[in-house]
Design a protein around this ligand. Structure first.
Ligand code: ACO
Length: 424
């Protein structure tokens, strides 16, 4: 077997060091011992494995995504979001009995404390962004569950996880209802996880909300597709805060805050804006030409890790067909399809390996289902909670060290304080 090391020769001194490769990565502890004054410069962590993880496998070159070994395509076809959440958290699919208990536990934790709704959510400015409200409300939950601080007790940990997964849709829908001036709708425990969310979103005066089963299933599939994506920006935020042993609500709020950023959870909104700007099929060629000249980017195209078709985008395209058969076609779909066709046959996009990502079609579906654009990052945060929590448990079980990167200082050398009246 080949020697699992990398040899470094420090050309300043001629010193030679053999650094072990552990699980395919260069062992930084051995590196630090051999070359203590040489740090890696990797600000966006593009070549840094920040942890070992067994939650999600991703091969961006081949377009492969698996949760705990199960291909995303199989989970999207056969599973439910709650079952996938269980899988992410426990490492195995639940037995029928475990599934029943899990669904029951989640369903009976969907209510939020009245103060969260009345004092926090209703205290926001009338035009508050629902994602800002969600981030704040999740952080506020930590003050309601004092046992959340028992992070080393697996029983307490799981209690908080159940609460978070269960209450996320309730908080999300409450934020939306407040932002449009509609009364809060209490959870309906007789409904499935996605159906209950739709009920809390859209119910008006009818005694019991019901909608087309295709839409309920479509939402569940979208939740499955967004449940985890290994070490993305928000998960890294959650791992960083979690590594300081903050409670899970605070760590989850940090992750949601990262997701609020347009570079992460807001790309599908940018896609809708771009399609509206293009406006007609006749303008697609000109728009593509503009992108190639450096006038902006094709939103929903390209990915930091996928250098082939994002497997989630393939599934979402099928979901879009099913949803549009019920809701009627989103008028922006034809522009999106033409844009994809033109881009995928253009050497600019082919040579840079730019393909549609998960956000290219998801916004069209959400829009067809009636969700306002501001709710798009919120719709992402609901299912991603399961992934964040799976990584949180993993890092605690690994007894991970607190995240504390180093820096390359590029500021002033030592200089003496100047009194204010002597400064120029
Ligand atoms: N449209 C046009 N050109 C692009 C695009 C795009 N969407 N994405 C990358 N490129 C080009 C760049 O201009 C660059 O070209 P160059 O080599 O001639 O300079 C080359 O492709 C490589 O681009 P990078 O910026 O180095 O790629 P990176 O991996 O850093 O960026 C990112 C990935 C941010 C996703 C990028 O592709 C992008 O901005 N896409 C549009 C926004 C988007 O859809 N984001 C959603 C990502 S999915 C998610 O977060 C859930």
């Amino acid at each position: 077997m080949a020697d699992e090391t990398i040899t470094i020769i420090d050309n300043r001194t001629g010193e030679r060091s053999d650094i072990p490769i552990v699980n395919g990565g260069i062992d930084a502890t051995s590196w630090r011992k051999a070359l203590p004054d040489v740090l890696f410069t990797d600000p966006a962590l593009m070549s840094t494995a920040a942890c070992e993880s067994s939650v999600t496998y991703l091969d961006g070159g081949e377009g492969i995504l698996r949760y705990r070994g199960y291909p995303i395509e199989q989970l999207a076809e056969h599973s439910t979001y709650l079952e996938v959440a269980y899988l992410l958290l426990h490492g195995e699919l639940p037995t029928a009995e475990q599934n029943e208990v899990w669904i029951h536990d989640i369903t009976y934790h969907t209510f939020i404390h009245e103060n969260v709704r009345k004092r926090f959510l209703e205290g926001f400015h009338y035009d508050a962004h629902p994602m800002g409200m969600l981030v704040s409300a999740v952080a506020a939950l930590s003050t309601f569950y004092l046992d959340a601080k028992d992070i080393h007790d697996p029983g307490s940990r799981m209690k908080q996880i159940v609460r978070l997964i269960a209450k996320m849709p309730t908080l999300a829908a409450a934020a939306h209802r407040f932002s449009v001036g509609m009364p809060f709708v209490y959870p309906d425990n007789s409904l499935s996880f996605p159906a209950n969310f739709l009920s809390m979103m859209w119910k008006v005066a009818e005694p019991r909300f019901s909608t087309h089963p295709v839409l309920v299933r479509a939402l569940d599939v979208l939740f499955i597709l967004h449940a985890d994506h290994e070490q993305n920006c928000s998960t890294t935020a959650m791992r960083t805060v979690g590594s300081a042993h903050a409670d899970p609500y605070s760590a989850c709020a940090a992750a949601a805050a990262a997701l609020y950023g347009p570079r992460h959870g807001g790309a599908n909104e940018a896609v809708i804006k771009m399609l509206n700007e293009i406006g007609s099929l006749d303008n697609v060629d000109d728009y593509i030409a503009g992108v190639k000249q450096g006038k902006g980017r094709l939103q929903g195209f390209g990915h930091r890790v996928y250098k082939s078709y994002d497997p989630r985008a393939t599934i979402i395209k099928h979901v879009a067909d099913q949803v549009f058969a019920v809701t009627g076609k989103n008028p922006l779909l034809d522009i999106a399809l033409k844009l994809e066709e033109v881009a995928l046959s253009d050497d600019y996009f082919i040579s840079r390996r730019l393909y549609p990502n998960v956000d290219f079609y998801s916004g069209l579906i959400y829009q067809a289902m009636g969700f306002p654009i501001e709710m798009f990052p919120v719709l992402f945060a609901i299912p991603r909670t399961a992934g964040w929590m799976a990584h949180w448990v993993e890092l605690l079980e690994q007894d991970a060290k607190i995240v504390r990167p180093r820096q390359l200082y590029v500021g002033h050398d030592k200089r003496d304080y100047v009194p204010v009246d002597q400064r120029s």
